[in-house]
Design a protein around this ligand. Structure first.
Ligand SMILES: [Zn+2]
Length: 182
């Protein structure tokens, strides 16, 4: 069984036949690591710069006779175009200004992950302290509205047995703005 990597489009591309919005395509041209790539990501591929033609599969009408052009500049996924000429233009016009914008986006993403990690670390540390408390201390904290709220998410997420599922649950709660600490 062959492995694929997934390339996610910055905006969905409508199927030429039925109009269904297609959000991504799969490729075997990269490292086949089952990775998911977005614009601005560094691709693990021997192809340093170039334009790749990939078929675009529609899972509604099963049309395979349409293509996208994936543009890679010095190992960075810089554009996805429906039109081959536009893909080559994107490759030749890519400059320092575009690279700067990618850098700013990545920097923001890095800061967001750093913040999430610190929040998780703080939450887990205080939860460990909570677990170490005596029964009396714990019930005193639980009876306080803020105290009970403090570990509400982690208690709910601990119903999941796998650590990855717990983390995903906490991150989801954080991204929906429900998180107390995440
Ligand atoms: Zn279709």
């Amino acid at each position: 069984m062959g492995l694929y990597d997934t390339i996610v489009f910055p905006t969905p591309i409508p199927c030429e036949k039925c109009g269904k919005a297609i959000e991504s395509t799969q490729t075997k041209a990269f490292g086949n690591f089952l990775k998911t790539y977005h614009i601005g990501d560094v691709i693990e591929t021997p192809l340093v710069s170039g334009v790749l033609k990939e078929s675009l599969y529609c899972d509604t009408c099963h049309n395979l006779e349409q293509f996208v052009y994936v543009v890679i500049f010095k190992g960075i996924l810089i554009a996805i175009e429906k039109d081959e000429a536009a893909a080559h233009r994107a490759m030749h016009q890519f400059g320092k200004g575009d690279l700067y914008l990618f850098y700013i986006d990545l920097y923001k993403e890095k800061e967001e992950w750093r913040r999430k990690f610190r929040s998780l670390e703080t939450l887990l540390e205080s939860y460990i302290d909570y677990l170490k408390m005596s029964e009396d201390e714990r019930s005193r904290l639980d009876s306080h509205p803020l105290g009970a709220l403090q570990f509400f998410n982690i208690k709910e997420c601990l119903e999941h047995t796998e650590i990855v599922a717990i983390l995903e649950c906490l991150l989801q709660k954080g991204s929906r703005g429900e998180g107390i600490f995440l």
